[in-house]
Design a protein around this ligand. Structure first.
Ligand code: URA
Length: 299
């Protein structure tokens, strides 16, 4: 059908633009796929035509197991990527199944052998898969590795307080990281390190798929690494925070990482994060009380 074909074409163009904005200059496309794109099918949807035969395995399919997400969301996925969220939303049951399958793949992932061997648990993500609001952090720390859940340590407790200050709970939102495994620190008994760009590039397809399935209305990127992973921007978070960006059509608010607020206890910094959250609440058309609006006004 022409409409379906147009939608797929739009999604493909958007996807290629996203890749380009992430610095990708070449993509692998088979001649069959190019032929399929050049010839709108006269009957049936593209999903039943030649393009279907050319579907790529989604990222993380290193086990070779069947991938339900690919069946419904990655008709024209390129290696390591999934199509952006213009594809039709899944029905709730298919979404839950696809999300569970994605989680299974991530939990079994060994694409970074050094992290797979050092981790205790994969911290895949936590919260509602129907959340309107999604928080993205950097990578699990020791507590998250121990519990297999993002943001459960000290920074996580502060994030939980910030979420609760908006009137929401952790269960209402979805929380994930750029990296699902704790970055290893060989020879060190404590401490964290920033993920390498190679680790980020390897792991980010899982986050892309999480976002594509959840389809939050707003994403909050916590800290510079989250912004870098999602937008490919390496500009300082001080410059970026508080300014709306877009991740594949979804409004994205960069703000400080809660760990930064723990290191820098200045009221002025907490206030900036709260102002960013007020902007997020406004974007989501959440009710904002006078008390919430004035939390830091006297600071
Ligand atoms: N910092 C992060 O970025 N993510 C976590 O899950 C915990 C701490």
């Amino acid at each position: 059908m022409a409409d379906a074909y147009e939608q797929l074409l739009d999604a493909t163009i958007q996807h290629l633009e996203d890749l380009k904005s992430h610095g990708v200059r070449h993509v692998a496309v088979s001649p069959e796929t190019l032929r399929a794109l050049a010839q709108p099918p006269a009957t049936g949807t593209p999903a039943s035509g030649p393009a279907r035969a050319e579907r790529q395995k989604p990222a993380g399919s290193e086990t070779g197991a069947p991938q339900p997400v690919a069946e419904q969301t990655a008709l024209l996925a390129l290696p390591g990527e999934t199509v952006p969220s213009q594809s039709p939303p899944l029905d709730p049951q298919a979404k839950a199944v696809a999300f569970a399958a994605l989680r299974e793949r991530a939990l079994a992932c060994v694409k970074c052998p050094h992290l797979a061997s050092s981790r205790k648990n994969v911290a895949f993500g936590v919260g509602s898969i129907d959340a309107q609001l999604m928080f993205v952090g950097e990578a699990p720390g020791a507590d998250e590795d121990e519990q297999g859940e993002p943001f459960v340590g000290k920074a996580g407790q502060l994030l939980t307080k910030i979420i609760q200050a908006t009137g929401l709970s952790r269960a209402d939102v979805y929380i994930a990281n750029i990296l699902k495994c704790r970055p290893d620190t060989p020879g060190q008994s404590a401490g964290n390190r920033k993920p390498t760009s190679g680790e980020m590039a390897t792991c980010i397809p899982y986050l892309h798929e999480q976002i594509d399935l959840i389809r939050p209305k707003v994403i909050v990127a916590l800290g510079a690494t989250a912004v870098e992973g999602l937008l490919g921007k390496t500009i300082g978070i001080t410059k970026l925070r508080g300014t709306w960006k877009t991740y594949r059509g979804t409004p994205l608010m960069p703000t400080y990482h809660p760990a930064y607020l723990l290191r820098n206890q200045a009221m002025s910094e907490k206030r900036k994060v709260w102002e960013d959250m007020l902007a997020v609440m406004e974007k989501l058309e959440m009710p904002i009380t006078e008390k919430q609006r004035n939390y830091f006004l006297k600071a």
